[in-house]
Write a protein that binds this ligand. Structure first.
Ligand code: URA
Length: 235
């Protein structure tokens, strides 16, 4: 990896803005290989430098992986001329490279991965990877055993599109859990609508082995730790 500026490395590895990082560096809070560095322009090679902020090591990796608790009202897109997107929630330094992994509808909330790693995103989205995405749906009427067996056989949508077999579970509060391996347009809503159960609220809870961190308020995000990243693609 080529040499890069200290403030650039920190802006890619943390969620602080570049101006905040400059202040932090100038005030002596950042060390490189044990030495305090007060120059934001200081050049280093990421693979040979142990960078710490306030004594805590900073993990630098080429790619970024975030878990976002998506709020309602934002588009799952990188930019839009009229409407706010999920990428607008991220620091300006990171925005140009980040994109959401797949889409949640504007009114769907919950777990959305955001990254700059195209191969990872492709793997998570592809039905061939057989990564199960779990949603909690509140429907106008509770689902029944007939719905559960129809889901397990594979729902045929109103336009004739055939869905892969999917899991459906009744929850004690009248909502249901839906487990799907694909991400067709409005898939969960259309599957439930095909059974006469229109969706009123939809929240994604899990992708593969990765559960939404419920301590994140809607609109908050955090970086994934390595084990969590692996759990996304582990079946
Ligand atoms: N299925 C839907 O219908 N909507 C979403 O946002 C995600 C899955």
């Amino acid at each position: 990896m080529p040499a890069m500026r200290l403030d650039k490395l920190l802006s890619e590895a943390t969620v602080f803005t570049r101006s905040k990082l400059k202040q932090m560096i100038k005030s002596g809070r950042v060390t490189v290989n044990g030495a305090v560095i007060t120059s934001p322009e200081h050049k280093l090679e990421p693979e040979n430098a142990r960078v710490c902020v306030d004594g805590a090591p900073v993990e630098y990796s080429r790619f970024h992986y975030f878990m976002l608790n998506k709020p309602a009202g934002l588009l799952s897109a990188t930019d839009d001329r009229k409407q706010k997107t999920v990428i607008d929630l991220f620091p300006p330094e990171l925005r140009p490279r980040l994109f959401p992994v797949g889409r949640l509808d504007k009114d769907t909330i919950g777990l959305l991965l955001v990254t700059d790693d195209g191969d990872f995103a492709h793997r998570v989205i592809s039905p061939r990877s057989e990564i199960v995405k779990t949603y909690r749906a509140v429907t106008a009427e509770p689902v029944n055993d007939g719905d559960i067996s129809a889901f397990s056989r594979g729902i045929v949508l109103a336009d004739g599109t055939k869905c892969l077999p999917a899991g459906l579970e009744k929850c004690p509060d009248g909502s249901c859990l839906v487990h799907v391996m694909e991400g067709k347009y409005h898939q969960v809503k259309r599957m439930l609508a095909s059974r006469g159960k229109p969706v009123i609220e939809l929240k994604r809870l899990q992708i593969g082995g990765l559960k939404l961190d419920e301590t994140l308020a809607e609109g908050e995000f955090r970086q994934l730790i390595e084990d969590e990243l692996c759990s996304v693609i582990k079946k």
